[in-house]
Design a binder for this molecule. Structure first.
Ligand SMILES: [Zn+2]
Length: 286
């Protein structure tokens, strides 16, 4: 009985350590430029100022955190909500696993709360200037930026120009949270995809896990994404033809190749084990 108790204690302790130990995954820090924040600059020398949520029909500061959290949740789902093998025949992800990447909200210059030493920033805000992008560009990033080791950790690898997304021929001035989240996160996930080596793909013929339009599509004729499609959720493709060159790139398999996989953490582990440990301690003297 005692031996069994100790065994349980050791296992519980191990699981607890695993649950609380800092992750070693790549972390992408999302810097929404706040009203009080100075302009920020990425490695392409693109500069952004405040992400103006009032232009989207929201109130400052009341709605700001809902928008931030909504976008972060949608982004996280694009990378961690991918159906696994038993749910989707063509999934490159086995059951019980997920892509080894994390996302956090944080200002440029800060460090991840999860303790990761391998992290990069993406900045979101209004277009100020860029030597490489026209003022109506939706976003710009460094291809292969997060995986080729050419940029030091803490660098800002991509920009999302929130004002340009709101200047498309789609209505985003009515304070519609879903539309706003989909439009901004679509470009955010797309640019992060580039930093992880993903290329532009064609909408036509693309295969995605649940039939949504591919994240790596663009508005060019060759790619075929309509601006109205930006108001709807999108996902990374299982198979798609490239739109800027010949050939194809399965976005999901490429993400698995460059990020690797980890077992899905059990969110309830700590809560379940905590009371268990206390019970064991109380029971041991008896
Ligand atoms: Zn792109």
């Amino acid at each position: 009985m005692l031996e069994r108790g100790i065994k349980q204690l050791t296992l519980a302790g191990l699981a607890m350590l695993l649950a609380i130990s800092p992750a070693a995954a790549l972390t992408i820090m999302i810097d929404f430029n706040d009203p009080a924040q100075a302009n920020t600059t990425d490695v392409n020398n693109s500069v952004v100022s405040t992400f103006d949520i009032t232009a989207y029909g929201f109130s400052d500061p009341a709605d700001r955190f809902n928008i931030y959290n909504g976008i972060l949740t949608a982004l996280d789902y694009d990378f961690h909500g991918i159906p696994t093998a038993s749910q989707y025949l063509f999934s490159p992800i086995p059951d019980g696993y997920q892509l080894d990447i994390d996302f956090e909200i944080g200002d440029v210059g800060s460090t991840p709360a999860n303790g990761d030493s391998e992290y990069y920033f993406v900045q979101l805000g209004s277009f100020v200037s860029s030597p490489l992008a026209p003022s109506n560009a939706l976003g710009l990033s460094v291809n292969f930026g997060a995986i080729n080791g050419n940029y030091s950790f803490g660098s800002t690898l991509a920009s999302i120009f929130t004002n340009s997304i709101n200047l498309l021929d789609i209505t985003l001035t009515e304070g519609n949270l879903n539309n706003t989240i989909n439009a901004i996160n679509g470009t955010l996930a797309h640019e992060i995809g580039h930093t992880l080596s993903l290329q532009h793909v064609k909408v036509e013929g693309a295969m995605t896990p649940t039939g949504l339009k591919p994240i790596m599509a663009t508005g060019t004729v060759a790619s075929g994404l309509q601006n109205a499609d930006r108001l709807i959720d999108r996902e990374f493709a299982t198979f798609a033809a490239l739109s800027d060159s010949f050939g194809n790139q399965p976005s999901l398999q490429q993400l698995v190749n460059v990020l690797g996989l980890r077992p899905i953490p059990e969110p309830g582990t700590l809560l379940l084990i905590g009371p268990g440990l206390i019970l064991l301690y109380h029971r041991r003297p008896a």
